[in-house]
Ligand binder design. Structure first.
Ligand code: GCO
Ligand code: MG
Length: 444
C-alpha cells in the first residue's frame, strides 16, 4: 500500500485527496467522473429569519447543488464547520458518492451527532442529491423510487390572543382549503410558545447586559395546562369534527403534568400532540403509552440515532418529526423513514420558517416518495424569500406541490440573497432564556 493511501498516516492527512485516496470503484462508473470544486455557505434572512444554505460546485460548468444547513440559533458555527472543515475535506471528491461522503464526513470530526456538524453535513448532503438529480434529469423523488402521492398534505399554524381570535384563524384556513391546523393560544401574562407575545421587548438602552435587554415574560405550566383543554373544547364546538387539529407543547411542562394534559386532551380527537416531553425526558413516553392513546409526534430536537431509534423500535411515538438538516440531511432521513415504516410510525418532518426553501423541498421529495407519509408542516414564505429562492415549493389546496424540475427544484439568487443580511441581534440569533416566576430557567 502506498503511504498516502494509509488513512492513519500522520504525514498525509486524510483530507488530502490524492488519486490514491479516491475510491477504487470510481473508474467503472457509467457517468463521467466529476469533482467537487467548491463548497460554500450562503447566509440570508429575507423574511428576517437567519437561513444558511450550502452550495456545492463541480468541475462540470454550471452544475452545482444546494442544501439546507439552517441552524438559526447558531448559524455562524455552521458556516465555520462548512467552510473551514468540510470544504477542505471534500474538494476533489466525486459528488456522485453521496453515501460514501456522508459516512466519511460523519466520522471526520471523531466526536459527532451534534446540530452544528449535522447541519453542515446536511448542507452538503442535500446539495449532492440536488446534483445527482440534475445529472439524471430527474426530480429527487424520482431517484428515491418515484411518487407515492400527487402532493404532500400540510398543516399550518393558527394562533390567537384568545379563543375567538384563534377560531377566526382556524376558520380562515379551513375556507382556504387546509385540512390540518395547529392551534396555539396566549396564556395571559405568560411567555407562551407559538405566540408572538413572549418577549417584553428591548429594555431602554440603560447599559444593561445583553441578556437583560431581551426580557421574556415568565412561564408557568399550571395555567397553560388548564387552558389548553378549554381551548380545544372551544375550537371543536365552534368548527366541528371535520378538521384535523394539532398542538405543540414545546417540551415545557413537567412530565407528570404533561401526562395529565395528554389525558385531558383525549376527548378532542387530536391528529397529534407534539413534543409533550423533552428528549431528555423521553422515557416518560413509556408511562404515557400505558395510559393514553393520544397520538404522539416527537423528534424535532433529535440529532442522534441513539435518540430516535428506541422510540420507533418500542412504538412509543406515532409521528417522527425530525428536522432533516439536524440529523445530517436526506441520506440519514431516508433510512429513518424506512425504519419508521417497518414500525407503523408516520412522518411529519419539521417544516418551520427556520428551514430554508431548499430544506422544505428536501422534506417534500421524501414526502412524495415514501409510503408512511403522515403530514408536512408548511411555512407560508413571503415574497422576499420566494424572490431569493426561485422554485420554492408551492403551498395550495392544503398541500405542498413539487415543480418537477431536476434535482431539488429550488435555486438561489445570490445577488438578491446578499440584500438580506442577518438582522442585528445581541446573541447572533441565540435564544434568550425563559424563566419561571421564581427565576428557574425552563426548556424552550
Ligand atoms: C415547530 C417548532 C418550531 C421551533 C423552531 C426552533 O414545531 O414548528 O417547534 O417553531 O420552535 O423551529 O427554531
Ligand atoms: Mg415543534
Amino acid at each position: 500500500m502506498k503511504e498516502s493511501a494509509d488513512p492513519m498516516s500522520l504525514t498525509t492527512p486524510p483530507h488530502t485527496v490524492e488519486p490514491a485516496m479516491r475510491p477504487p470503484w470510481e473508474p467503472s462508473s457509467s457517468l463521467p467522473p466529476i469533482r467537487i470544486t467548491n463548497v460554500k455557505a450562503i447566509c440570508t434572512a429575507p423574511d428576517g429569519i437567519r437561513l444558511v444554505v450550502v452550495k456545492v460546485e463541480t468541475s462540470e460548468p454550471g452544475l452545482y447543488g444546494l442544501g439546507c444547513a439552517t441552524f438559526t440559533q447558531r448559524p455562524m458555527a455552521v458556516v465555520t464547520a462548512v467552510e473551514e472543515y468540510l470544504k477542505p475535506y471534500l474538494l476533489g471528491r466525486n459528488p456522485d458518492d453521496i453515501e460514501d461522503i456522508w459516512q466519511a464526513s460523519f466520522v471526520s470530526s471523531y466526536w459527532r451527532s451534534g446540530p452544528v456538524l449535522n447541519n453542515a453535513m446536511s448542507g452538503v448532503d442535500q446539495a449532492l442529491w440536488d446534483i445527482k438529480g440534475k445529472r439524471a434529469g430527474m426530480p429527487v423523488h424520482q431517484l428515491f423510487g418515484g411518487r407515492t402521492r400527487s402532493s404532500a398534505a400540510v398543516y399550518v399554524h393558527a394562533n390567537g390572543r384568545d379563543f375567538h381570535e384563534l377560531e377566526d384563524q382556524v376558520r380562515a384556513y379551513m375556507e382556504a382549503g387546509y385540512t390540518h391546523v395547529r392551534c396555539q393560544v396566549d396564556v395571559p401574562g405568560y411567555a407562551t410558545y407559538g405566540r408572538g407575545s413572549a418577549q417584553l421587548g428591548p429594555a431602554a438602552d440603560d447599559g444593561q447586559p445583553a441578556h437583560l435587554s431581551l426580557r421574556q415574560r415568565p412561564w408557568e405550566p399550571r395555567p397553560y395546562c388548564r387552558l389548553v383543554p378549554r381551548m380545544f373544547e372551544h375550537i371543536r364546538n365552534a368548527v366541528g369534527e371535520e378538521v384535523e387539529l394539532i398542538h405543540d407543547v414545546h417540551e415545557r411542562v413537567p412530565p407528570i403534568m404533561a401526562i395529565q394534559l395528554a389525558k385531558d386532551l383525549e376527548p378532542y380527537g387530536l391528529f397529534y400532540l407534539e413534543d409533550l416531553f423533552s428528549p431528555e425526558d423521553q422515557d416518560y413516553l413509556r408511562l404515557l403509552r400505558a395510559q393514553s392513546s393520544i397520538p404522539i409526534a416527537m423528534g424535532e430536537l433529535y440529532v442522534n440515532q441513539a435518540e430516535y431509534v428506541p422510540v420507533v423500535r418500542d412504538r412509543l411515538i406515532d409521528f417522527m418529526r425530525v428536522h432533516i438538516s439536524d440529523i445530517g440531511g436526506l441520506t440519514p432521513a431516508r433510512k429513518l423513514a424506512s425504519l419508521c415504516e417497518f414500525f407503523g410510525v408516520r412522518t411529519a418532518w419539521h417544516g418551520p420558517g427556520d428551514v430554508s426553501p431548499v430544506g422544505h423541498a428536501a422534506n417534500l421529495h421524501l414526502d412524495l416518495s415514501i409510503s408512511n407519509f403522515g403530514i408536512q408542516e408548511a411555512s407560508l414564505f413571503g415574497e422576499a424569500t420566494r424572490e431569493v429562492f426561485p422554485g420554492t415549493p408551492d403551498v395550495r389546496d392544503g398541500a405542498m406541490w413539487s415543480n418537477d424540475l431536476p434535482g431539488l427544484g429550488v435555486d438561489i439568487d445570490e445577488k438578491i440573497a446578499a440584500k438580506y443580511p442577518f438582522p442585528e441581534h445581541p446573541f447572533n440569533g441565540a435564544w434568550p432564556e425563559i424563566r419561571r416566576e421564581d427565576g428557574t430557567v425552563v426548556k424552550p
